[in-house]
Design a protein around this ligand. Structure first.
Ligand SMILES: Cc1cc2nc3c(=O)[nH]c(=O)nc-3n(C[C@H](O)[C@H](O)[C@H](O)COP(=O)(O)OP(=O)(O)OC[C@H]3O[C@@H](n4cnc5c(N)ncnc54)[C@H](O)[C@@H]3O)c2cc1C
Length: 391
């Protein structure tokens, strides 16, 4: 087949951009194209990750985008205040956009909407067809998450400019000392510089609805309670991430189709909803294929995909414990118990590398889960039978 392009990635969000970046670095001889419908890569988000989520090599090619790094983070619960001594890094969509567009140059095609994708062809809305040896579909989540088969991690964040320094040295990834509303509720604090701070109010909730007005007031009154005078709200971001109970959201990758990557392929941590580590991991796996044609790459991904699927099963079970078996106002206790574990257990959890002994530790102790409810939530099949499949 006479292809115009070697590797064509549709969707310039986090996964599409990171995968394109990795190809550009590792295989500069390949003709690469990244197509994004909007005028900017990455949307409007702040991405954070623990240093231990990534390998050294992954850190080396992702770190140039990082806007701010810290040596540790903190979590606060009613009976736990703990510092986690692992590096933490954050960057925003604009950091991703400027770095990736600079590195990729003409390989980035913005403001181009794709209508359809197949194994070797991409059909643009303007009628143009582009052929490629390898087509990756990174257009983001393509289903409406069904409540009951999903919980939701929903949040609104404000980047605040303060009148005076806030005094925080490191991020607080969970301040759950607040009243527990709508399930598990906490504030997330990212100190960009002495006077700038991202405050996000987050809920692990049964519903996807966000009351923007109420949450805005609540973020500002949280700042006030801390003694921080707000000069200006410089930026706002919103997220509603599905927290799945069963595997239905993970599509199979079929012959004749492009390979779904990123959240399109279901590749995110089922409990945290985060996808950066998986995006980096799968970029490496794609690169490790002996040849770069869609069919061959699909085949070569199979083994690692099976391993990844098996790890995710545990996180979905934890979600069922959290959402089905524990009282919404006591969900925080499951997380509090988790953060009492040794640091390596916490690191492996975030990185999606939880071991069998970690699982026992996380589920042991006295979580606020009555045994009969826990047993009912145990299998995906029982949940599917109770709530039915996605509509
Ligand atoms: C506010 C927010 C903060 C988050 N923070 C973190 C975090 O700190 N750490 C973390 O790991 N995860 C985080 N996540 C979760 C997850 O990592 C992100 O949602 C991530 O952006 C998902 O990446 P993706 O590439 O799979 O999908 P998306 O980022 O949704 O990208 C899909 C892209 O495809 C484009 N597209 C869609 N349709 C077409 C089309 N027809 N033609 C062309 N282009 C198209 C879209 O415009 C978009 O740019 C966050 C999510 C949100 C919403």
């Amino acid at each position: 087949m006479e292809s115009q392009v070697d590797v064509l990635i549709v969707g310039g969000g986090l996964a599409g951009s990171l995968t394109a970046l990795k190809f550009a670095i590792a295989k500069p001889e390949l003709k690469l194209l990244l197509i994004e419908s909007s005028g900017k890569l990455g949307g409007n988000k702040t991405w954070s990750f623990h240093e231990s989520d990534l390998t050294e090599d992954q850190l080396s090619w992702i770190k140039p985008m990082v806007a701010r790094s810290w040596k540790s983070t903190r979590v606060q619960f009613p009976r736990l205040d703990r510092t986690i001594d692992v590096g933490y890094h954050s960057f925003r969509s604009e950091d991703l956009h400027s770095y990736v567009t600079e590195r990729l140059g003409e390989s980035v095609m913005l403001e181009t909407e794709v209508d359809k994708v197949s194994e070797h062809k991409v059909y643009l809305k303007n009628g143009e067809i582009i052929e490629a040896h390898l087509v990756l579909d990174a257009r983001g989540i393509d289903y409406v998450p069904t409540p009951k088969l999903n919980g939701f991690q929903k949040f609104i964040g404000f980047d605040l400019l303060l009148e005076e320094p806030h005094g925080l040295e490191s991020p607080v990834i969970m301040d759950a000392t607040c009243p527990q509303l709508e399930g598990f509720r906490f504030f997330y604090l990212l100190p960009w510089d002495a006077n700038r701070l991202l405050i996000e109010e987050t809920f692990y909730s049964d519903t996807p609805d966000l009351n923007r007005e109420r949450i805005s007031r609540s973020i500002l009154s949280y700042a006030e309670r801390k003694g921080w005078k707000v000069k200006k709200v410089e930026r706002e971001e919103t997220g509603v991430l599905p927290i799945p109970m069963t595997a239905y959201y993970i599509p199979n990758s079929h012959t004749g189709e492009a390979i779904p990557i990123g959240t399109r392929g279901g590749y995110f941590h089922a409990t945290t909803g985060y996808s950066l580590a998986d995006a980096a991991r799968f970029a490496d796996l794609l690169l490790a294929s002996p040849t770069y044609a869609t069919g061959a790459v699909r085949e070569s991904l199979m083994k690692s995909r099976r391993k990844w699927l098996s790890k995710q099963r545990f996180y979905r079970m934890l979600n069922r414990f959290l959402f089905y078996a524990s009282e919404p106002s006591l969900r925080y206790q499951v997380l509090q118990h988790f953060y009492e574990q040794p640091q390596e257990v916490v690191e492996r959890f975030y990185g999606g590398r939880t071991t069998w002994s970690d699982r026992l530790r996380i589920l042991s102790g006295r979580p606020p889960v009555p045994l009969n409810k826990a047993l009912k939530s145990l299998t995906e099949r029982s949940v599917q039978a109770r709530f039915g499949g996605p509509q």
